[in-house]
Design a protein around this ligand. Sequence first.
Ligand code: GDG
Length: 457
Amino acid sequence: MSRLVVVSNRLPLGDNPSGGLVVALDDALRSSGGLWIGFSGEPVDDPADALIDHPGAAFDRLSFDLSPEDHHNYYLGFSNSVLWPICHGRADLSHLDPIYLDGYRKVSARIARLMVPHLRPDDRIWVQDYQLFALGAELRKLGVRNAIGHFLHIPFPAPAECATLPNPAELFDWMMAYDLVGFQARRDLDNFAASGHHMTGMEQTDENRFALGGRTLRAEVFPIGIDARSFVEEARDAPDADRVRFLTNARLMIGVDRLDYSKGIPQRFRAFQQLLDKIPDLHEQISFLQIAPPTRSGVQAYDDIREETEHLAGRINGQFATLNWTPIRFINRPYPRQVLAGLYRQARIGLVTPLADGMNLVAKEFVAAQDPEDPGVLILSRFAGAVEQMPAALVINPHDAHETAAAMASAMRMSKAERKSRHQELLSVVLEKDVAWWSAAYLKALDEEAAQDALTE
Ligand code: GDG
């Protein structure tokens, strides 16, 4: 079997794999003997002009360094202050600075150059996410003819959003360098087709085939899953000591998100306020725990969202708290995975209300963690990619505080029979379409493209 080479922005360097994606790719890399390439993690003043080997894992790992300037322009700049906001429908938060785009192109070209000496002719290369859109094109420029695939973990922008990029046509040139492009949801594939046609005249020649400038591309939906079976066990075995304790009979409502403006945290705080305003009977009966570890500090929009959410939580607590009850616990710190699993299981409501999200793994983790005999209720935004697979959740528009508050109230009142039947439906998809299914389905499609290329050469 040919070797799998995974390239992602960050190289997982811990001894044990953690997180669904890392576990899945770890499995895939072990089974075909593989190589994972990614950023070493901290910018350095004098970056090595070669990839650095990290022995000690079941597969090979090579990292690249970034200078502080490259890290600023490519990662904080173009990746997280241009592509991230625009792909999440927040062009108003983007910073269009030509230095960022130059930095992105430069780093992509450098990674490609450093990779080439390590590649074998029959390697399959799988590039992850928006930080590396341009890598395939840079590898092609250097004569790499291997099968190269890309998977986008975040939403693909619709035409109106795409038009706010500084280089919409170049984005499609980058994409066309791949043999296979994977998206999280049907919505993203449709946006890709519409935006590509609008910006560049890209033609859709078949349901999953696109043509532009003499190149063809297969694009398809592969919804990412979680390591569901291990999550079920982790939740079942989570220590009792790590639970939330209440002085009243309150039920727990939980949200777990990176502190990011795409996750709709202020909107859900306002919906909770609406609930407490409208239904005083629920005072002391529901307590909202929001875990939101900060990310990407140094990007202004992230500092702003922290301030806004802290302010809102303080105001709501000030208005409604009693001696025995704090309506919102807002914690800006990460917790170990097993603690989260136990908290999900304890919760009556899982709140997943992003304004835009590629998939959202928390929705799937919450479902996997429930006790099937007495499950909690998932409230899910219609803007999470997960909604395409999980319509049995209570689906809401996160901009609508009234609708979200009504869903919270109905989850509190929902009969056990209805909770069980919704949960059964959700759990079956989470178990069936898990992360191993995702990587296997993607790699099978990439292999098919590689075989077809070999025939036409
Ligand atoms: C991107 C896309 C897509 C969160 N807090 C803690 C913690 N987490 C874990 C969650 C979950 C993961 O982080 C977050 O995954 P999401 O899918 O919710 O969101 P993004 O980070 O934005 O991920 C997204 C994903 O890529 C995969 O393709 O689904 O749409 O935006 O696993 O549990 N984990 C621990 N402590 C925390 O405090 N241990």
